[in-house]
Design a protein around this ligand. Structure first.
Ligand SMILES: Nc1ncnc2c1ncn2[C@@H]1O[C@H](COP(=O)(O)OP(=O)(O)OP(=O)(O)O)[C@@H](O)[C@H]1O
Ligand SMILES: [Mg+2]
Length: 281
Protein backbone atom coordinates (compact mmCIF):
# COMPACT_ATOMS: atom_id res chain seq x y z
CA UNK A 1 0.00 0.00 0.00
CA UNK A 2 2.90 2.31 0.81
CA UNK A 3 6.47 2.05 -0.39
CA UNK A 4 9.21 4.49 0.50
CA UNK A 5 12.63 4.11 -1.11
CA UNK A 6 15.60 6.29 -0.44
CA UNK A 7 13.55 9.21 0.88
CA UNK A 8 15.49 12.43 1.53
CA UNK A 9 14.06 15.64 2.90
CA UNK A 10 15.04 18.58 5.10
CA UNK A 11 13.35 21.83 6.08
CA UNK A 12 16.77 23.51 6.15
CA UNK A 13 20.20 23.19 4.47
CA UNK A 14 21.19 20.63 7.14
CA UNK A 15 20.27 17.04 6.13
CA UNK A 16 17.37 15.58 8.15
CA UNK A 17 15.58 12.58 6.60
CA UNK A 18 18.26 10.68 4.69
CA UNK A 19 17.87 7.49 2.63
CA UNK A 20 14.76 6.36 4.48
CA UNK A 21 13.29 3.09 3.17
CA UNK A 22 10.28 1.12 4.40
CA UNK A 23 7.00 -0.33 3.17
CA UNK A 24 3.56 -0.82 4.66
CA UNK A 25 1.54 -3.91 3.71
CA UNK A 26 -2.21 -3.79 2.98
CA UNK A 27 -4.27 -4.12 6.16
CA UNK A 28 -1.44 -3.65 8.63
CA UNK A 29 -1.06 -1.08 11.38
CA UNK A 30 2.41 0.35 10.95
CA UNK A 31 3.72 2.61 13.69
CA UNK A 32 6.37 5.29 13.90
CA UNK A 33 7.63 5.41 17.47
CA UNK A 34 10.04 8.15 18.42
CA UNK A 35 10.65 11.17 20.63
CA UNK A 36 9.52 14.72 19.91
CA UNK A 37 11.24 16.17 16.84
CA UNK A 38 12.19 12.75 15.41
CA UNK A 39 10.39 13.42 12.11
CA UNK A 40 7.21 11.36 12.59
CA UNK A 41 4.78 14.08 11.47
CA UNK A 42 7.13 15.14 8.68
CA UNK A 43 7.04 11.64 7.14
CA UNK A 44 3.22 11.64 7.36
CA UNK A 45 3.09 15.04 5.66
CA UNK A 46 5.28 13.73 2.82
CA UNK A 47 3.15 10.59 2.40
CA UNK A 48 -0.08 12.63 2.31
CA UNK A 49 1.18 15.07 -0.34
CA UNK A 50 1.55 18.08 1.97
CA UNK A 51 5.33 18.33 1.48
CA UNK A 52 6.10 17.81 -2.22
CA UNK A 53 9.76 18.92 -2.10
CA UNK A 54 11.24 15.52 -1.13
CA UNK A 55 13.67 13.34 -3.06
CA UNK A 56 13.36 9.58 -3.55
CA UNK A 57 10.57 7.20 -4.55
CA UNK A 58 7.37 7.28 -2.57
CA UNK A 59 4.22 5.45 -3.64
CA UNK A 60 0.98 5.60 -1.65
CA UNK A 61 -1.90 3.56 -3.06
CA UNK A 62 -0.18 3.55 -6.50
CA UNK A 63 0.25 7.37 -6.49
CA UNK A 64 3.43 9.44 -6.06
CA UNK A 65 2.29 11.96 -3.39
CA UNK A 66 4.22 14.93 -4.86
CA UNK A 67 2.19 14.52 -8.05
CA UNK A 68 -1.14 13.67 -6.46
CA UNK A 69 -4.40 15.22 -7.59
CA UNK A 70 -7.65 15.48 -5.65
CA UNK A 71 -8.58 11.82 -6.48
CA UNK A 72 -5.71 10.73 -4.19
CA UNK A 73 -7.62 12.12 -1.19
CA UNK A 74 -10.71 9.98 -1.95
CA UNK A 75 -8.69 6.99 -0.73
CA UNK A 76 -6.78 8.34 2.24
CA UNK A 77 -8.00 9.60 5.61
CA UNK A 78 -5.97 11.96 7.74
CA UNK A 79 -6.27 12.65 11.49
CA UNK A 80 -3.37 14.95 12.29
CA UNK A 81 -2.06 16.23 15.63
CA UNK A 82 -4.20 19.35 15.87
CA UNK A 83 -7.92 18.83 15.05
CA UNK A 84 -8.95 20.90 12.01
CA UNK A 85 -12.62 21.65 12.62
CA UNK A 86 -14.94 24.61 12.20
CA UNK A 87 -15.53 25.85 15.76
CA UNK A 88 -18.69 27.82 14.94
CA UNK A 89 -20.40 24.82 13.32
CA UNK A 90 -21.87 21.86 15.20
CA UNK A 91 -20.28 18.42 15.09
CA UNK A 92 -22.94 17.23 12.62
CA UNK A 93 -22.50 20.33 10.40
CA UNK A 94 -18.73 19.78 10.35
CA UNK A 95 -19.19 16.21 9.19
CA UNK A 96 -21.77 17.22 6.56
CA UNK A 97 -19.41 19.86 5.22
CA UNK A 98 -16.41 17.51 5.00
CA UNK A 99 -18.61 14.76 3.50
CA UNK A 100 -19.58 17.18 0.71
CA UNK A 101 -15.93 17.24 -0.42
CA UNK A 102 -15.94 13.53 -1.33
CA UNK A 103 -17.71 11.49 -3.99
CA UNK A 104 -18.70 8.55 -1.78
CA UNK A 105 -19.36 8.91 1.92
CA UNK A 106 -20.67 7.02 4.93
CA UNK A 107 -23.92 7.99 6.69
CA UNK A 108 -23.03 10.45 9.46
CA UNK A 109 -25.25 9.09 12.25
CA UNK A 110 -23.52 5.70 12.80
CA UNK A 111 -20.15 7.47 12.80
CA UNK A 112 -21.30 9.87 15.52
CA UNK A 113 -22.70 6.95 17.51
CA UNK A 114 -19.46 4.96 17.17
CA UNK A 115 -17.59 7.61 19.17
CA UNK A 116 -20.40 8.50 21.59
CA UNK A 117 -21.09 11.93 20.08
CA UNK A 118 -24.65 11.39 18.79
CA UNK A 119 -26.29 13.20 21.73
CA UNK A 120 -23.97 16.23 21.38
CA UNK A 121 -23.88 16.36 17.59
CA UNK A 122 -25.85 19.62 17.42
CA UNK A 123 -23.63 21.51 19.85
CA UNK A 124 -21.10 23.95 18.42
CA UNK A 125 -17.60 22.50 18.29
CA UNK A 126 -16.36 25.51 20.30
CA UNK A 127 -18.26 23.98 23.24
CA UNK A 128 -16.64 20.54 22.80
CA UNK A 129 -13.97 19.24 25.18
CA UNK A 130 -10.54 18.29 23.82
CA UNK A 131 -11.47 14.58 23.83
CA UNK A 132 -14.72 15.30 21.95
CA UNK A 133 -12.82 17.27 19.30
CA UNK A 134 -10.32 14.42 18.94
CA UNK A 135 -13.13 11.91 18.45
CA UNK A 136 -14.88 14.16 15.91
CA UNK A 137 -11.63 14.71 14.03
CA UNK A 138 -11.10 10.94 13.93
CA UNK A 139 -14.53 10.18 12.40
CA UNK A 140 -14.01 13.07 9.99
CA UNK A 141 -11.07 11.05 8.66
CA UNK A 142 -13.34 7.99 8.19
CA UNK A 143 -16.26 9.71 6.49
CA UNK A 144 -15.28 8.62 2.95
CA UNK A 145 -14.28 5.08 4.00
CA UNK A 146 -10.58 5.48 3.09
CA UNK A 147 -8.39 2.48 2.37
CA UNK A 148 -5.38 4.11 4.09
CA UNK A 149 -5.55 6.04 7.35
CA UNK A 150 -2.84 8.39 8.63
CA UNK A 151 -3.16 8.97 12.36
CA UNK A 152 -0.78 11.38 14.06
CA UNK A 153 -0.65 10.76 17.83
CA UNK A 154 -4.26 9.51 17.90
CA UNK A 155 -4.45 9.06 21.70
CA UNK A 156 -2.37 12.08 22.68
CA UNK A 157 -4.04 14.16 25.40
CA UNK A 158 -6.98 11.76 25.83
CA UNK A 159 -8.02 10.42 29.23
CA UNK A 160 -7.74 6.63 29.66
CA UNK A 161 -11.37 5.91 28.79
CA UNK A 162 -11.34 8.07 25.64
CA UNK A 163 -7.95 6.61 24.67
CA UNK A 164 -9.55 3.13 25.00
CA UNK A 165 -12.45 4.17 22.73
CA UNK A 166 -9.96 5.51 20.19
CA UNK A 167 -7.79 2.37 20.25
CA UNK A 168 -10.84 0.12 19.81
CA UNK A 169 -11.93 2.20 16.80
CA UNK A 170 -8.45 1.90 15.30
CA UNK A 171 -8.51 -1.88 15.79
CA UNK A 172 -12.00 -2.03 14.20
CA UNK A 173 -10.61 -0.21 11.17
CA UNK A 174 -7.88 -2.84 10.84
CA UNK A 175 -10.54 -5.59 11.01
CA UNK A 176 -12.25 -3.88 8.06
CA UNK A 177 -8.97 -4.16 6.14
CA UNK A 178 -7.91 -0.49 6.34
CA UNK A 179 -4.16 0.09 6.17
CA UNK A 180 -3.07 2.37 9.00
CA UNK A 181 0.10 4.37 9.51
CA UNK A 182 0.20 5.92 12.95
CA UNK A 183 2.75 7.90 14.90
CA UNK A 184 3.18 7.83 18.64
CA UNK A 185 5.65 8.33 21.44
CA UNK A 186 3.58 6.06 23.66
CA UNK A 187 5.18 2.61 23.87
CA UNK A 188 1.97 1.04 25.24
CA UNK A 189 -0.03 2.19 22.21
CA UNK A 190 2.69 0.97 19.86
CA UNK A 191 2.84 -2.43 21.58
CA UNK A 192 -0.92 -2.89 21.60
CA UNK A 193 -1.87 -1.50 18.21
CA UNK A 194 0.99 -1.99 15.77
CA UNK A 195 1.72 -5.05 13.65
CA UNK A 196 5.14 -3.53 12.99
CA UNK A 197 6.85 -0.55 14.45
CA UNK A 198 9.72 1.61 13.20
CA UNK A 199 11.92 3.31 15.80
CA UNK A 200 12.64 6.79 14.47
CA UNK A 201 15.25 9.21 15.82
CA UNK A 202 16.69 12.36 14.16
CA UNK A 203 14.98 11.60 10.84
CA UNK A 204 16.19 8.02 10.52
CA UNK A 205 14.73 4.56 11.17
CA UNK A 206 16.94 2.74 13.66
CA UNK A 207 14.97 -0.51 13.90
CA UNK A 208 11.85 -2.04 12.37
CA UNK A 209 9.99 -5.20 13.44
CA UNK A 210 6.88 -6.40 15.27
CA UNK A 211 6.69 -5.13 18.87
CA UNK A 212 6.91 -8.72 20.09
CA UNK A 213 10.04 -9.52 18.06
CA UNK A 214 11.67 -6.28 19.20
CA UNK A 215 10.92 -7.08 22.82
CA UNK A 216 11.88 -10.76 22.69
CA UNK A 217 15.04 -10.28 20.64
CA UNK A 218 16.78 -8.33 23.37
CA UNK A 219 17.67 -9.22 26.91
CA UNK A 220 16.69 -12.27 28.93
CA UNK A 221 13.21 -12.56 30.40
CA UNK A 222 13.49 -12.85 34.17
CA UNK A 223 11.08 -14.64 36.49
CA UNK A 224 10.65 -13.44 40.09
CA UNK A 225 9.02 -15.68 42.65
CA UNK A 226 8.52 -16.00 46.38
CA UNK A 227 7.97 -19.13 48.46
CA UNK A 228 7.78 -20.12 52.09
CA UNK A 229 9.93 -22.68 53.88
CA UNK A 230 9.58 -23.54 57.57
CA UNK A 231 7.62 -20.37 58.27
CA UNK A 232 10.09 -18.02 56.49
CA UNK A 233 9.33 -16.25 53.18
CA UNK A 234 12.03 -16.15 50.45
CA UNK A 235 12.23 -13.99 47.27
CA UNK A 236 14.14 -15.34 44.27
CA UNK A 237 14.88 -14.38 40.65
CA UNK A 238 15.73 -16.73 37.79
CA UNK A 239 16.01 -16.63 33.98
CA UNK A 240 12.98 -17.90 32.05
CA UNK A 241 15.33 -19.88 29.78
CA UNK A 242 16.64 -21.94 32.73
CA UNK A 243 13.48 -22.15 34.83
CA UNK A 244 13.34 -25.96 34.50
CA UNK A 245 16.67 -26.26 36.35
CA UNK A 246 15.74 -24.07 39.32
CA UNK A 247 15.33 -26.70 42.07
CA UNK A 248 14.10 -24.23 44.71
CA UNK A 249 11.27 -23.16 42.40
CA UNK A 250 10.45 -26.73 41.32
CA UNK A 251 10.37 -27.99 44.93
CA UNK A 252 8.21 -25.05 46.07
CA UNK A 253 5.83 -25.82 43.18
CA UNK A 254 5.63 -29.55 43.93
CA UNK A 255 5.11 -28.98 47.66
CA UNK A 256 2.60 -26.18 47.18
CA UNK A 257 4.83 -23.64 48.97
CA UNK A 258 4.90 -21.06 46.13
CA UNK A 259 3.46 -17.66 47.16
CA UNK A 260 3.86 -15.60 43.95
CA UNK A 261 5.50 -15.77 40.53
CA UNK A 262 5.74 -13.33 37.63
CA UNK A 263 7.85 -12.77 34.53
CA UNK A 264 9.19 -9.38 33.46
CA UNK A 265 9.94 -8.86 29.78
CA UNK A 266 11.77 -5.68 28.80
CA UNK A 267 9.34 -3.00 27.58
CA UNK A 268 9.44 -1.37 24.16
CA UNK A 269 10.77 1.68 26.00
CA UNK A 270 13.77 -0.33 27.30
CA UNK A 271 14.42 -1.70 23.81
CA UNK A 272 14.09 1.75 22.27
CA UNK A 273 16.68 3.17 24.66
CA UNK A 274 18.98 0.18 24.15
CA UNK A 275 18.86 0.41 20.34
CA UNK A 276 18.84 4.18 19.85
CA UNK A 277 20.53 5.50 22.98
CA UNK A 278 17.58 7.89 23.35
CA UNK A 279 14.53 8.11 25.59
CA UNK A 280 11.03 8.26 24.11
CA UNK A 281 9.68 11.11 26.26
N1 LIG B 1 7.37 23.59 8.91
C1 LIG B 1 8.56 23.41 9.46
N2 LIG B 1 9.60 24.22 9.17
C2 LIG B 1 10.82 24.03 9.70
N3 LIG B 1 11.13 23.02 10.54
C3 LIG B 1 10.14 22.17 10.87
C4 LIG B 1 8.81 22.33 10.36
N4 LIG B 1 8.04 21.33 10.86
C5 LIG B 1 8.85 20.59 11.65
N5 LIG B 1 10.10 21.09 11.67
C6 LIG B 1 11.26 20.53 12.40
O1 LIG B 1 11.50 19.20 11.91
C7 LIG B 1 11.80 18.32 12.97
C8 LIG B 1 10.83 17.16 12.97
O2 LIG B 1 9.54 17.64 13.27
P1 LIG B 1 8.27 16.68 13.30
O3 LIG B 1 7.07 17.55 13.52
O4 LIG B 1 8.28 15.80 12.11
O5 LIG B 1 8.60 15.80 14.60
P2 LIG B 1 7.72 14.72 15.36
O6 LIG B 1 8.51 13.46 15.44
O7 LIG B 1 6.36 14.64 14.75
O8 LIG B 1 7.61 15.35 16.84
P3 LIG B 1 6.39 15.40 17.91
O9 LIG B 1 6.42 14.09 18.65
O10 LIG B 1 6.76 16.56 18.81
O11 LIG B 1 5.12 15.63 17.17
C9 LIG B 1 11.78 19.16 14.24
O12 LIG B 1 13.11 19.53 14.54
C10 LIG B 1 10.95 20.37 13.87
O13 LIG B 1 11.37 21.52 14.59
MG1 LIG C 1 4.48 15.11 15.42
Amino acid sequence: MITVENLNFSYTAKPFIESMTFSVQPGEIFGFLGPSGAGKSTVQKILTGLIPSYKGNVVVNTVEPRRCGSAFYEHIGVDFEVPSLFEKLSGRENLSYFASLYKHTFPIEPLLESVGLAAEADKKVSAYSKGMKSRLNFIKALIHSPSILFLDEPTSGLDPSNARVMKDLILQQREKGTTILLTTHNMYDATELCDRVAFIVDGSIRSLDSPRNLIMSRGAVTVSYSYKEQGTEYQRCTQLSSIGEDTELLNALKENRLLSIHSSEPTLNDIFTELTGRKLQ
